[in-house]
Design a protein around this ligand. Structure first.
Ligand code: SF4
Length: 95
């Protein structure tokens, strides 16, 4: 299992989750419009959930159907960051 950052993070990037993550598995790169959790490093502790001011983080098993694509999007960032950025822009066009 992993935790997943979803749509509410786009253009928010509060980064409070990074401060509480014991696995240091949340990416906040300049040029990205959202943060991403590395599913291979997340230890499923849940510490990040309550730190997020926009409730963007959910456990994989709690993802509603419309946000299931964010599971793959978080993984994609760590495999191909430019492709993930493109996908974010498709999902929520930059204003
Ligand atoms: Fe980090 Fe824990 Fe959140 Fe995973 S669930 S991203 S390990 S704080």
């Amino acid at each position: 299992m992993t935790y997943v950052i979803t749509e509410a993070c786009i253009d928010t990037k509060d980064q409070s989750c990074i401060d509480v993550c014991p696995a240091d598995c949340i990416s906040a790169e300049v040029g990205d419009r959202m943060l991403f959790i590395d599913p291979d490093l997340c230890i499923d502790c849940g510490a990040c959930i309550s730190s997020c001011p926009v409730d963007a983080i959910l456990a994989e098993e709690d993802l509603p159907r419309e946000w299931e694509l964010y599971l793959e999007l978080n993984r994609l960032h760590f495999e191909n960051a430019p492709a993930a950025r493109e996908r974010v822009d498709t999902l929520v066009p930059a204003g």
